[in-house]
Design a protein around this ligand. Structure first.
Ligand SMILES: C[S@@+](CC[C@H](N)C(=O)[O-])C[C@H]1O[C@@H](n2cnc3c(N)ncnc32)[C@H](O)[C@@H]1O
Length: 320
């Protein structure tokens, strides 16, 4: 589903204790594209790596290329760093969104940069290099009046670490739903996040022991579900499982897994994303994956059980 310009799904308004933020002006279904915004300008990674002075110079040059309204819009963006940095740099550090993974740079946006943070947000922000826009997709159903949120930090950090990163980088104490859980539920969430992180690191080390690897992916997906997290991590997990099946020449399971990855990627990034195009190519012919048959060509004859919802299907898919 694409964002429709005639029917803006959001408004930019004051939010108590957060400055400005973005709220839904109508109910928004999971998978909906809420924004697709071109950056005011981009600071490439190789510029950022050269330090603040170089970035400052780059910003000054970029600002000169903007028209007056755009310059005003840039200067009106929030600065959470006070006088620690020069004004341009401080605005940049407060509002820049990483473009891609690994990022090709950071983008400054008039509207997307107004979206506040939540540790388990209701949208996924992604850089779509095919349309040169930052897209914001609902990862769950959002109610009219609900604040639209993204995550400013990587996945899986526990409560204390999240608080510390957000304080240092963005100068606020996070009181989002996840951070406001009662202590026992917060502990349970921290444990789930730590296990997800461990599994994420360990999955590829399962090597040719694909049964072990698939078990890890299955557990990770179940923990993400328990945590109520439905972001790019979900399609990455399915894609890891697909790669294992590709490496063992298992066309039936590889086909099922890449279709699952594709379905999730469409929801959180939209049909036009680079990831989706890549997954579509692999779903049409899984043997195109560069690791196809890496662990030997045992040529599985098995086909997927016909009933996709059955317990038997899941047992078969995850080799349980
Ligand atoms: C990228 S800006 C977001 C838009 C900003 N609220 C504004 O007024 O333009 C980041 C800043 O917003 C505020 N912010 C973002 N998420 C927040 C949250 N969950 N709680 C409190 N403040 C938040 C912090 O001041 C942070 O430095």
């Amino acid at each position: 589903m694409a964002a429709n310009n005639q029917q803006r799904l959001y408004d930019i308004v004051p939010i108590p204790n957060k400055g400005t933020g973005v709220i839904a002006t109508q109910d928004i279904a999971k998978g909906t594209r809420i924004m697709a915004e071109k950056p005011l300008f981009i600071v490439p990674t190789n510029v950022m790596e050269r330090g603040n002075q170089v970035v400052e110079k780059h910003l000054t040059e970029k600002l000169k290329t903007l028209d007056k309204d755009q310059q005003r819009a840039f200067l009106s963006l929030h600065n959470c760093h006070g006088t620690t940095f020069s004004p341009f740099l401080a605005i940049c550090k407060t509002n820049m969104l990483g473009l891609g993974s690994p990022p090709v740079g950071g983008g400054l946006f008039i509207e997307a940069s107004r979206i506040n943070h939540a540790c388990n947000p209701n949208t996924q922000n992604s850089w779509n290099s095919r349309i040169s826009r930052e897209t914001i997709h609902a990862v769950r159903d959002i109610k009219k009046g609900e604040e639209i949120t993204i995550s400013y930090i990587g996945h899986f950090a526990p409560y204390v670490e999240r608080q510390s990163i957000l304080k240092i980088k963005f100068n606020f104490d996070c009181a989002c739903e996840l951070c406001s859980l009662p202590p026992d539920q917060r502990r349970a969430s921290d444990e789930r996040l730590a296990t997800i992180h461990r599994l994420d690191q360990a999955i590829l080390s399962a090597g040719s022991n694909v049964q072990l690897g698939l078990g890890m992916v299955r557990r990770m997906l179940s923990l993400l579900d328990d945590e109520g997290t439905y972001n790019s991590q979900v399609y990455r997990a399915y894609y890891d499982a697909f790669q294992m099946m590709a490496a063992t020449d298992d066309k039936a399971r590889a086909g099922e897994l890449i279709r699952m990855a594709l379905e999730h990627a469409r929801t959180v990034e939209g049909n036009d994303s680079e990831t989706v195009k890549n997954f579509e190519r692999l779903a049409a012919n899984p043997t195109r994956h560069m690791a196809w048959g890496l662990y030997g060509r045992k040529k599985t004859q098995e086909t997927a059980p016909a009933d996709k919802d059955s317990r038997a299907f899941k047992t078969w898919l995850w080799m349980e």
